[in-house]
Design a protein around this ligand. Structure first.
Ligand code: GRF
Length: 213
């Protein structure tokens, strides 16, 4: 049931710089989403994004994966932390842990991720170097709902970037990241506003309500 206003809470999971988290936090504020980012949680105590969130008064937490002997125990602790906020959306933003199927099932339909390739091409890691090595002329990013099929969930949004002859991995990564910061906030907004309709692997995104005159 979609609650109105800022009761629609978002919890964002990060592992590092958190640039996608920052883009979402800023868009949520700037565009006055009917939601708020209730917490930013990281599996790494040194994640730079934690300081950014704390600086904005957003609750932060660390569930350090090295403190747990198995994925199941880590995921259970992470879920306990997340459930304090009863979020409508759990947003993986540069979150570098593979989640167990129990965790994914617990949050089915509310769990979204950003992957730096045009899925289903280049699932997994080091996508930009693999794209260069494969000689593709177009590369990009994909926002998708998370399922147990790693990096293969229903696609919510994609962005395409050209691959230039003189591209390095870093240059291509920067071009893709810029697009991530554009499509991911829009995808998360659609999720929290209940505008996603999933049919199999297809996601139909209803347009934002026309602002009533
Ligand atoms: C990005 O390329 C994202 O696609 C991947 O992690 C990288 C860093 O993301 N999931 P962020 O800057 O930490 O949001």
């Amino acid at each position: 049931m979609q609650t109105q206003g800022s009761e629609n809470k978002i919890v964002i999971l990060i592992s590092g710089q958190g640039s996608n988290m920052q883009a979402i936090v800023n868009a949520c504020e700037r565009e006055h989403w009917p939601a708020r980012v209730a917490a930013v949680v990281s599996n790494r105590p040194d994640a730079a994004g934690l300081a950014y969130a704390a600086g904005l008064g957003i609750a932060t937490a660390v569930v350090d994966h090295t403190a747990y002997s198995c994925r199941e125990d880590f995921d259970a602790a992470l879920a306990a932390c997340i459930d304090q906020y009863s979020p409508r959306a759990i947003v993986l933003a540069g979150f570098m842990r593979v989640l167990t199927s129990a965790f994914v099932q617990r949050y089915a339909g509310r769990l979204i991720n950003i992957h730096p390739s045009l899925l289903p091409a280049f699932p997994g890691l080091r996508t930009h170097q693999r794209a260069l090595d494969a000689g593709v002329k177009w590369h990009g990013a994909t926002a998708h709902l998370v399922t147990n099929d790693l990096d293969h969930g229903p696609i919510v949004a994609q962005a395409v970037v050209p691959v230039h002859d003189d591209d390095t991995e870093v240059m291509l990564a920067e071009r893709v990241l810029e697009q991530e910061h554009r499509i991911y906030p829009a995808a998360v907004r659609a999720l929290v506003e209940g505008r996603l309709q999933v049919r199999g692997l297809r996601v139909f995104v209803r347009p934002m309500q026309e602002v009533s005159a």
